[in-house]
Design a binder for this molecule. Sequence first.
Ligand code: NDP
Length: 503
Amino acid sequence: MTDRPRLTTTAGAPVSHNDTSKSAGPRGPLMLDDYQLIEKLAHQNRERIPERVVHAKGWGAQGTFEVTHDISRYTCAKLFSRVGNTCEILSRWSTVAGELGAADAERDVRGFSVKFYTEEGNWDLVGNNTPIFFVRDPMKFPDFIRTQKRHPKTNLRSPEAMFDFWAAQPESVHQVTILMSDRGIPRNPMHMHGYGSHTYSMWNADGERFWVKFHFRCQQPILNWTNEEAEALIGKTRESFQEDLFNAIERGDYPRWELNIQVMPEAQAEEMPFNPFDLTKVWPHGDFPLIPVGMLTFDRNPQNYFQMVENAAYSPSNRIPGIGFSPDKMLQARVFSYADAHRYRLGTHYEALPPNAPKAAKVAHYHKDGPMRFFSNDFGNPDAYYEPNQYGGPVADPTVAEPPLRVSGEIGKWVQAEEDIDYVQPRKLYKEVLSEAERERLHRNMAAAFHPCSEKVKERWLAVLRKVHPDYEAGVRAADKALSDKAANAIPVTARTPMEAAE
Ligand code: NDP
């Protein structure tokens, strides 16, 4: 008898055989009462859950957040009530368009999500490695994602669809510029900034509201791959982000990010020359300097990837008292759609799964049955199963209510155009932030991406670039022509075999 733990069924009963099936004889047939065999086959058939429609390929780590600066004048959130407060965190970083098996080092925006397990419940910041997004109106989100996914007939990704969409949606040029810049292929998740991207709000103990943007400033150098480096890397491994992140944490090289906020007093939003709730705009650092808040340190690899990372469900709807929403249209849609995606993908009670269940707060709700009801709503009295009740069940606490949003002007309108202001920030990025060498690489990266498109789509997109800056259009046009010239001048390969080529 071995001293190793005894193998059991899922019901805890010991298993006698796990290497051979029970059969009538050495040549079979098998016996239907071999429950261990049936259970193993049945489990294998159910090992997959629907992959995320976006952000399917991801990498995760656990760690700790520590408050280093006092921001209690902006928020009454208990997490920020004292310098030195800490909470556990779980992050998931991801690509957006690629499927679960996609290569890590692809040119794409990266998801950057953090779950803070606070004593007032879980707070999720569900952002990206870019401070902005492609569209500002959620009505366009499903269309945009469709252009990033496979064509219904060819089953291939379609540059024609991507640039056709972007050309008709010029607000996207800001994000496309970042995507095609050096930062479009980070070295791995540890060498990129993160951004909450949306405008959120905070309110303090006096009920005073501030608009806020969240920034995760990378404490490791910002490092990126060029297209050529990424191609060579993907030829060797498709899992470079997972390998780098996992191995760094195992080695004790713990990645860190500093959480910062930009703050805008509530009334100032009215005076801004651009819409501060537009997800395609940043708040300039010169006007809204970064205010340090705390440090995130990731020092643990999850013991089980599927349990903690694939099952992780982040949603902007998870916020805590003192942190609120804003009129940002994309944020308002995500408050619905992210939680809804998890209900579909993981099940009704997805918040009870280990990565999602609060660790420092007690859960007390009246939601009832459904898949994964493996917890009890035990309020100490079985009669307290609806609300209001006279049996001491939990009650809502109006003191944690977010101050009401003030809406100016008319409501119930379909507003889209933002005019020339959409080009101001991409112009600043292009002309003032990027160096000449970075601009050159941007031209080449963009030309490489849109080279397969039709001339009609190319011209429409070049017209958008011209509005950002004539040099931008000229640079991409020249890089595209260089690609065409290179293809035209390539010596045709007529030899079919290496032997023929050698002759
Ligand atoms: P700043 O000069 O103060 O900031 C420029 C920012 O751009 C820095 O955060 C810098 O990061 C970042 N950056 C540099 N290269 C790239 C790149 N290829 N892709 C994305 N970000 C990059 O200027 P402003 O705040 O006035 O903003 C000017 C423009 O910079 C904006 O229009 C926007 O396009 C871009 N930007 C602005 C951010 C903001 O929140 N204000 C955030 C990120 C970009 P680092 O410090 O690591 O060099």
